[in-house]
Design a protein around this ligand. Structure first.
Ligand SMILES: C[S@@+](CC[C@H](N)C(=O)[O-])C[C@H]1O[C@@H](n2cnc3c(N)ncnc32)[C@H](O)[C@@H]1O
Length: 217
């Protein structure tokens, strides 16, 4: 059977999308490059970091850092703090490490290849956690969020961001994704949940919440 130009394009898009949850090999490197240089991706990551209210001495973790765009932004704000990141993709860990090489050498950024269901130790409690377009790939996300909550100091902050990238995604898709993230955070024991929206195409939702100030952790 002959494959048309449109068919080949569809196949290529499907291959790229299927890599989003775990970029691997040569296609994974291309996907990482797209994550890093696509204008809306950069805007989304910068905006998400701006909402997290990072202070100069903060200890911050990003889960699923991809090519490390938000890590660089976090490090530019936590100038006297520490930025940690985990991602289970070796390709992403390499790209993010290259992008943040100076801050890693300075001992301010620490990137680890690890899955969110096998969290390494980060020492002292964290002030804030960020996860951009990654929660949908996590196994048992409520349990993962409970584990992340225990890493935060009392009243520590979390931001979960979603810009749906499925073909045909609309404002409604983003609204549904935001609702799902709010439900996950509620079930995981977070409080003061609120949603901010960035008007891209499709819009980006950032769901912010805090760890209870006093609780049985
Ligand atoms: C769609 S990309 C988003 C990357 C980046 N946050 C951004 O917005 O450009 C999803 C990222 O989450 C990572 N990821 C997916 N599941 C993961 C897991 N279980 N543990 C750690 N990282 C994961 C993938 O490897 C990938 O780098």
């Amino acid at each position: 059977m002959m494959t048309t130009g449109a068919g080949l394009k569809q196949q290529a898009i499907r291959k790229l999308v299927s890599q989003a949850g775990h970029p691997r090999g040569a296609v994974g490197r291309l996907v990482g490059w797209l994550f890093a240089y696509r204008r809306s991706n950069r805007q989304r990551n910068r905006w998400a970091v701006s909402l997290l209210g990072v202070q100069p001495t903060d200890r911050v973790l990003e889960v699923g850092f991809g090519p490390g765009v938000a890590v660089a932004e976090l490090a530019s704000r936590a100038t006297r703090g520490q930025v940690y990141g985990i991602d289970h993709s070796q390709v992403m860990a390499r790209q993010a490490s290259r992008r943040n090489a100076a801050a890693i050498r300075a001992g301010r950024v620490h990137l680890t290849r690890a899955s969110v269901d096998q969290l390494p130790s980060f020492g002292e409690p964290l002030d804030a956690i960020l996860a951009v377009n990654t929660v949908a790939f996590w196994p048992d996300p409520v349990q993962r969020l409970q584990e992340l909550r225990r890493l935060l100091r009392p009243a520590g902050r979390i931001a979960l961001v979603s810009q749906p990238r499925s073909p045909g995604a609309t404002r409604d898709t983003t609204t549904r994704a935001a609702q799902e993230l709010q439900d996950l955070l509620t079930r995981a024991g977070f409080v003061h949940i609120r949603v901010e929206t960035l008007d891209l195409d499709p819009p980006v939702a950032c769901v912010l919440a805090t760890c209870p100030a006093i609780e049985a952790r």
